[in-house]
Design a protein around this ligand. Structure first.
Ligand SMILES: *Cc1c(COP(=O)(O)O)cnc(C)c1O
Length: 406
């Protein structure tokens, strides 16, 4: 076996949540539990996306319109629209040949690390989306897990004093993972904050892996939607996006990664090599593309109607997030996120698990303990807005009742 796998911590967070919810349900069979813990969407695919999806399936049913293997990088009909709507209209100079369509940002953020050498230094946010950490553990780039952290990783700490947006460190780091709007904290990075990271990466010849899976939730016009809005980012940043949270594609599967032509990695002699060429080689060797009907469905997101529908979807979740923010603030909690993000990050005033337990036992509401995302998450819980309005409202009423009597 690959013995690095022995270093991995078992997915203790979600199994522990599952066990606690199961125990609670067994002891309280009449109580209906409301889940605001999940990072999964709850709304169906919208009309124009669904009809394009159906049309794509029908195309596969006759020889004239049938599609076999597609281009590994994704169909041009989709990459052209991504370049136009997600980048050029937003002032970012990204061309279709710099876009790689895939079946998920999770796979891409996990797979890309195989393009780098074993001995690079790696910076990960804390709290963090666990994929960045675990994939590097599997690859053998860390030591053992000691006192809640892997040896050999640089943890970029997010806390109340920096508003959960870490600044570049004093020392050199080769590869830096950033995620904004952030999962789990729901916070966003300003133009100035991202510019600091880009300046750092240029100075240090580092590479930024920028996960923008929640970009659709940004409403504040001053917040950059793409790392490429920062001048100089094309040389030092890769961007990951996904239709999962933005268009309800968690079960349909489509995402993309952007690697600009100027983005370089360096060999042992310091000679530059195109990262885009490496990724193209990797993808065309190990990946055969996303299914044609799914790419047709994704293309429909960029029609006039599709864009309106997707916007309405994120508006809906954002309204949920606002209700959560307002209620928790009203109850005296300090909250972060939830304004340009579907996640609300609530300061517990006690340990993460204590507030988690209290909300489960007194209100039958499931949240996610922040401690499960890293040591800086201790003392916080994440409340997700991915649910139906009536469920969110009922959960908040129950929480208000429980805490009025506290
Ligand atoms: C949900 C999520 C993704 C999306 O992953 P997919 O594989 O595209 O569904 C990526 N990054 C973060 C931080 C996420 O929360």
């Amino acid at each position: 076996m690959n013995t690095h796998y022995k270093k991995l911590q078992s997915s203790y967070l979600f199994s522990k949540i599952g066990k606690k919810v199961g125990d609670f349900q067994a002891a309280n069979p009449d109580q209906r539990v409301i889940k605001l813990g999940i990072g999964d969407v709850t709304h169906a695919l919208s009309e124009s996306i669904l009809s394009a999806f159906h049309k794509g399936v029908d195309d596969q049913g006759s020889d004239e319109s049938f599609h076999g293997y597609g281009p590994e990088q994704g169909y041009a009909f989709l990459r052209d629209k991504i370049a136009e709507y997600d980048y050029r209209r937003n002032g970012c100079d990204i061309s279709p040949d710099e876009i790689f369509v895939s079946d998920g940002a999770k796979c891409d953020t996990g797979n890309i690390q195989e393009l780098f050498s074993q001995d690079i230094s790696i910076g990960v946010p804390d709290p963090v989306y666990p994929v960045y950490v675990d994939t590097n553990v599997m690859a053998g780039r860390t030591g053992e897990f000691v006192d809640g952290r892997y040896e050999g990783l640089h943890y970029l700490e997010g806390n109340e004093s920096n508003g959960f947006v870490p600044s570049p460190p004093d020392q050199h780091i080769d590869l830096i993972y950033l995620c904004f709007p952030n999962n789990p904290t729901g916070t966003v990075a300003t133009r100035e904050q991202l510019a600091e990271w880009v300046a750092y990466a240029r100075r240090e010849k580092s590479l930024i892996l920028f996960d923008a899976a929640y970009v659709e939730f940004i409403r504040d016009e001053s917040i950059p939607k793409s790392i490429y809005e920062i001048p100089g980012a094309r040389e030092v940043a890769v961007e990951f996006r996904s239709y999962s949270k933005t268009a309800g594609f968690t079960g349909t599967r489509c995402a993309y990664t952007v690697i600009p032509s100027e983005c370089m990695v360096y060999d042992e002699d310091g000679s530059p090599h195109s990262l885009k060429d490496l990724w193209l080689r990797r993808q065309s060797t190990k990946f055969n593309g996303v299914s044609y009907p799914v790419q047709k469905a994704a293309e429909a997101i960029y029609t006039e109607k599709g864009r309106q529908e997707v916007r309405a979807l994120s508006d809906y979740y954002l309204e949920n997030a606002k209700l959560i923010r307002n209620k928790m603030t009203g109850l005296g909690f300090t909250v972060y996120g939830g304004e340009n993000s579907p996640y609300v990050w609530v300061k517990a005033g006690e340990s993460s698990w204590e507030l988690f337990d209290e909300l489960l036992e007194k209100a039958a509401v499931v949240t996610t303990p922040g401690a499960g995302f890293g040591s800086c998450g201790e003392g916080f819980i994440r409340i997700s807005s991915f649910n139906h309005r009536d469920q969110v409202e009922e959960a908040l009423e129950r929480i208000a009742d429980a805490f009025a009597s506290r």
